[in-house]
Structure formats: C-alpha cells, structure tokens
Design a protein around this ligand. Sequence first.
Ligand SMILES: [Zn+2]
Length: 268
Amino acid sequence: MGIHQRYQLNDVDGARVGRFKGGVNTSFIVYRIGEALIDAGPANQWPAVRKFIGEQPVGKLLLTHHHEDHGGNASRIARHCGLVPFAPELSRDKLKTGYRTPVLQKLIWGSPRPVETQPLPEITVLDGGTRLQAIHTPGHAKDLHVFFLPDRGEVFSGDLYISKSLRYLRSDERLDQLTDSIRKVLALDFATLFCPHRGILENGKPSLAAKLENIITLCGQAQDLHQRGMPVENIVAELLGPEDMMARMTKYNFSKTNLIKEALKVPV
Ligand SMILES: [Zn+2]
C-alpha cells in the first residue's frame, strides 16, 4: 500500500499509512520531529513505515499509548533502529506482554507485536534542545499522554482529538475523564495540534475547544431527555440516530449507546 500522503510543517514531517486508504479512523500518520518518532504506526503497515523511517536516522521513539495503531511497529522500529522505545508507565505491561484485539481492529491494523520499553520521562529533550513534555490525558485510554512542546506551542495529541464531535465510544472510554483531559490541554499555551488521524491542525486550540463544547452540548441534551424519563435506547436514536453497522461489526464495543451512557455521567 505504501505511504498515502505526506505532511510537513516546519521541521515536523509525517506519513499517512493504512490498509484502508479512505477513512480518518482507518489510517494513521506517523510523525517525525528531527530524530524523534511520535508513535510507531500499525503493524500491518510496516513496509510503509520502514520506508518513512529509512529517510533519516531515528534516535528516539515515543509512544502516546498502547493502542495497536500507535504501538504496532514499536518492536520492529526498536530492532531496526537499535533503540528502546519510551512509553507511559501504564502502557508498558500491555506493550510487553501483548494483548488481544477485536477482529475488526485486527483487520484494520494487524496484530501488535510485544515490545520492551523504558519509562517515558515527564520531559524529554529532543535534538536541537526542544523540550517535549508528556502530559497524562486519560479518557480515550487510561494510559494516553499528549506531548506538549512548550517552546513551540505545539501538541502531539495522540487520540485526544481525532474529530470535532463524537458519535461512538469504545466500551472502555471514560467521557468524564476525556472532558477533564481536554480542559487540561486547553489550559496549555499552544496553537498547532498534530493528530495522527485527522492531520495537522494549525488552529488546534479552537478545534479542541469545539470538540469539548460539542461533547458538553451532547451531555446536556442526553441528561435532559433522561430526566424526562426517556430510555437510553430512545435517547441514542433521538440524538445520534439508531445504532448502525459500526456497533454490530464491533459487537457493541464501539457504539452510540456507550457514548450516551457515558454522557449521562458527565457533569454539565
Ligand atoms: Zn487509541
């Protein structure tokens, strides 16, 4: 399949890879800043990722969280480049022992290979002296960290952003934590957001603020209907339309119902 699209902003370079070319959710951008790679890309796209990392020396690999589109090639990159990847403490066991992924995710991303990592420091100094700060932003996943470059006003957002509104939620995602994490990142001084799915957002802060506002609006609407006695299933249909192929194909792991159930718990 190769590299679908290239991205560049100043000294940040990115390559979009993926078995399925079309969707934002089914392809992935590996970013590089100098000698540092941000996330490893999905295992079934190793040939494309190898081509990208072969263009210039890689000295560091930093992982935002354990999910297979982010960490899938970490073991191959470690061997290929002679490095030990950095990963959040909460990700390290899963990355080391490996973990099962649902069939649909396996089809899209392949199977992640186990990898030995070292703890991600709070501050990493990149070549050229740029500081990268790892900030814990749970919600999408317990271990998710975003990487903030305070000297440049840039954020590598892992899976904190992805899109400006949510329609589905994984069963292990926590919406109240996600909104707290978005608020934490909005308090940082940044403009550009590097999202591994959506791409480079030069208006990153207003985009992330819009996502928070959309979530809070949805929570308010869901809670209003709930207070009037409407069952969850009807709230889903009313606000998001009935469950569709996505829920059925993922056996309700990724569904609108998960989103509405979580929306009922978020203080608005
Ligand atoms: Zn993820």
